[in-house]
Structure formats: structure tokens, C-alpha cells
Design a protein. Structure first.
Length: 97
């Protein structure tokens, strides 16, 4: 156990690494008829951005100051994309762009 001041020091000096994943964010839209009925792709992307920004704000509010945000490779290269749609055609990618 550490005291409150040490805990605050640890939280404010830690490095938080956040990896955004197209697999979860955009690809899920194209395999979910319910999401496609409820949102356009632009609306869904905005929802994801707003949600992620909310998480960052919450982290900042509790003291996080060092945040690194990375991303994944192009959506067509992700294992879920290849598994779901095949590797020989990428026609479905036009909708994702």
C-alpha cells in the first residue's frame, strides 16, 4: 500500500498506452445489421470517437498526464477482416473507406 500523495504521483507520472483497434471499432459495424440500421458509418465513427474522448477525459480528470495512443494496421490486413471476408477480394473495403 502507498499513501495518497504517492498514489497521485504514480498516477500522474505513469505512461498510459491506448491502442485503438479498427477490429472493434469499424469492422464491428460491417458485421452487425443492428448497428447498420441504427447508425450511418459516419455516425458510428463519431460515436466511437466521442466514447474514446470521454475515456481520455476521465483519465485526465483522475490525474493521468502521459498518454500514448497508437493504432492498428489497415483494416484489410486485420485477422478478423481476412477471416470474415477472405483474402482474395477486398471489395467490401470500399464501404469502409
Amino acid at each position: 500500500m502507498v499513501g495518497m500523495s504517492r498514489a497521485e504521483y504514480i498516477i500522474s507520472n505513469a505512461l498510459y498506452i491506448i491502442r485503438t483497434r479498427a477490429n472493434d471499432n469499424v469492422l464491428s459495424y460491417f458485421i452487425s445489421p443492428l448497428l447498420q440500421e441504427k447508425y450511418t458509418i459516419s455516425q458510428y465513427q463519431q460515436l466511437i470517437r466521442d466514447t474514446q474522448f470521454g475515456y481520455l477525459k476521465d483519465m485526465y480528470d483522475v490525474g493521468a498526464r502521459n498518454v500514448l495512443i497508437t493504432s492498428t494496421p489497415p483494416i484489410g490486413c486485420l485477422p478478423a477482416a481476412v477471416s470474415s471476408y477472405g483474402y482474395k477480394t477486398r471489395d467490401w473495403l470500399q464501404r469502409a473507406r
